[in-house]
Design a protein around this ligand. Sequence first.
Ligand code: TLP
Length: 344
Amino acid sequence: MIINLRSDTQTLPTEAMLRAMVSAPLGDDVLGEDPTVRKLEDMAARMLGKEAGLLVVSGTMGNLVSLMAHSNRGDEVILDPDSHIFYHEAGSMAAIAGLMPMPVKSCDGMLDPDAVAAAIRKPNVHYPIPRILCLENTHNRSGGRVVPLDLHRELCAVAHDRGLKVHLDGARIFNAQVAAGIPAYEWAREADSVMFCLSKGLSCPIGSIVVGDADFIERARRYRKQIGGGMRQAGIIAACGIVALETMIDRLAEDHTNARLLAQGLADIKGFKVDPGKVETNMVYVDHCATGLSTEEVLLRLECQGVLASGSPPSRIRFVTHRHIDRAIVDEAVRRIKRAMETS
Ligand code: TLP
């Protein structure tokens, strides 16, 4: 059996989702006539305390249309170079939205409000107009860390006081909710827009949601159409999203427990550096520098033992727990990874 720890995007739809897909009332969503899509969008907006929601194909699309709906071409976006938008979205903010990134490095996913304030430039004909602050929670490249609500509030206040909008990449905001015991709407309240993914730990096959005020969502809807993201009978996707929001959030706690167990097991492996104390949600990043192997070599060794992980070169491997990984599989994964790393 292959143990797939590459990402929570590997999750398959549940039986309940497949049943819901078959019986969902459908219509043409580009014309606003798919009742299941409308139901999901309203439900998501209500859960996050916003006026309106928009179903999009992916988190990447959700982030892009959000940035477009908040800005004009040539505007500046303040964001962490370790954020997904900067690092993993194929440069879409520049290539498609025409936006200028102003990177401000976080420490372990935590941006410093003073550094953000210092990066927001004063009006000057030479400068792009600072328009958006992007935040990410949970923060992927820092190991799924939860950005605490107090810090989140402080960062949003810094941006708002200076006239910027705040977009929250909350791809895994429900992991933050479950880990911190704080409802996602508390983070959402401070931000102007939030994107979250249905297709990760929540197990949907496709889809993300953007929420914000009604005018913002109308603009985002137009941009979604412009980039080819208008969908027709998208209720088959939305039906899974409704099941996810109704039944799949609380179980994320299991993924978090399993990630901590995995981290504890991996911490004993020679050459691996991992701090289980920093594992707050469903991700474990291991620094493999002391093994003397490249990231590709480590991944290959793991694959030979039937364990799939993802690489973050030059020195890190990421393991993500999800619905298909239970405690027994975690134990087996640790045994296999030990074996992989002990064979020379
Ligand atoms: N992240 C994926 C990969 O793209 C790295 C993963 O396996 O973790 N924001 C954050 C914080 C994300 O982690 C991701 C996906 C996205 C946005 C984009 O979502 P999709 O993949 O639906 O475009």
